[in-house]
Design a protein around this ligand. Structure first.
Ligand SMILES: O=c1[nH]cnc2c1ncn2[C@H]1C[C@H](O)[C@@H](CO)O1
Ligand SMILES: [Zn+2]
Length: 331
């Protein structure tokens, strides 16, 4: 099976977790930022999370280095362009990238400038390669919430022109949805779609609440619904797609080994599942690798692959025109 040639869709990919190591070095030099090393392999090793971290917070510690060089308009545009370029070169046809504007204000950029720079890089890549994309604005739960509505407001000018959705990322405490209900409502009122990281490190109850309290249409990861009947049933009833990220799920110990990932059981039972990278650099992966891992581990056929591909198209936040074009690629 030639996994590289398959048309692919990635609905869950973080910008700051997908930076090329050489780009970190180039940008650090330009910006006079001191790095622990200027060797590309050593810089890469500083960003790749171990195969098994002790937990999600250890995984998240790998973002400090790339975020440090992502504080200028040029760096954000370049990194965005390169991510779309890397994905296009392995036949990813549609890519939704997420990042947290709140993490990129260290050198005085406004939220509007931050979002516009990322979108500009994406548009440049769309013009050059056979790929389409959109941005999701992630709010990180480890920062104060008082600027969330400002970030939402800043994205409104590009809504449906490169920006499509609201997300909550960062470590997962039980019951977090209660604290973010008004922000998610504010985003929905402005026209944002909603996807939420839940059921990754936390319980299935978090998935239940992300859907019922925050109005999530998709869930980042969601593996924990396997042990939570109400959440499992709600996901099915509301046709909420799970953005599974197999390599990342092993690294963060959401599951102890790939063989125990519930993706196949979910798929066979009619739960909408999608296959995604999460973080190309931090998880040391590509869409080709993620598709290969899932198909080989769970002995999925090409027909199964295209079923999952079609679910990704249906549950993407792409325009109807883009969805139609993507559907034509399914065999
Ligand atoms: O898998 C994840 N779960 C929760 N948060 C995550 C994950 N991967 C990345 N993040 C965080 C760290 C990034 O700095 C932030 C925005 O992309 O989102
Ligand atoms: Zn994620």
């Amino acid at each position: 099976m030639n996994y590289f040639d398959l048309p692919k869709i990635d609905l869950h990919c973080h910008l700051d977790g997908s930076v090329r190591p050489q780009t970190v070095i180039d940008l650090a030099k330009q910006q006079h930022i001191t790095l622990p090393s200027y060797d590309v392999d050593e810089v890469n090793a500083l960003m790749v999370a171990p195969e098994t971290c002790s937990d999600l917070p250890e995984y998240l510690s790998r973002f400090d280095l790339p975020v440090s060089v992502m504080q200028t308009a040029e760096s954000l545009e370049r990194i965005s362009f390169e991510l779309f370029e890397d994905a296009a070169k392995e036949n990813v046809k549609y890519l939704e990238v997420r990042f947290a504007p709140q993490l990129h204000i260290q050198k005085g950029l406004t939220y509007e400038q931050i979002i516009a720079s990322a979108v500009k890089g994406m548009k440049k890549a769309e013009a050059q390669y056979d790929i389409k994309g959109n941005y999701i604005l992630s709010m990180v739960k480890f920062l104060p919430s008082d600027t969330i509505n400002q970030v939402i407001d800043a994205g409104v000018g590009l809504l449906n022109q490169g920006v499509v959705a609201f997300d909550l990322a960062g470590s997962e405490l039980d019951g977090f949805s209660h604290d973010y209900a008004t922000y998610a409502q504010y985003a929905k009122d402005k026209g944002y779609r909603v996807t939420i990281h839940a059921g990754e490190q936390g319980s299935g109850q978090n998935v239940y609440e992300a859907i019922s309290i925050l109005g999530a249409e998709r869930i980042g990861h969601g593996v924990a619904i396997k042990d939570h009947k109400e959440a499992y049933n709600l996901v099915k009833q509301e046709d909420v797609a799970l953005e599974t990220c197999p390599s990342s799920n092993v690294q963060t110990k959401a599951i102890s080994e790939l063989a125990l990932h519930p993706i196949k059981a979910f798929y066979q039972d009619g739960v909408p599942v999608t296959i995604n990278t999460d973080n190309r650099t931090v998880s040391n992966t590509t869409m080709t690798d993620e598709v290969r891992k899932v198909m080989e581990q769970f002995e999925l056929s090409v027909d199964d692959y295209y079923e999952i591909y079609k679910m990704s198209v249906q549950h993407s936040f792409a325009s109807d025109d883009v969805k139609q074009d993507l559907m034509k690629l399914a065999k």
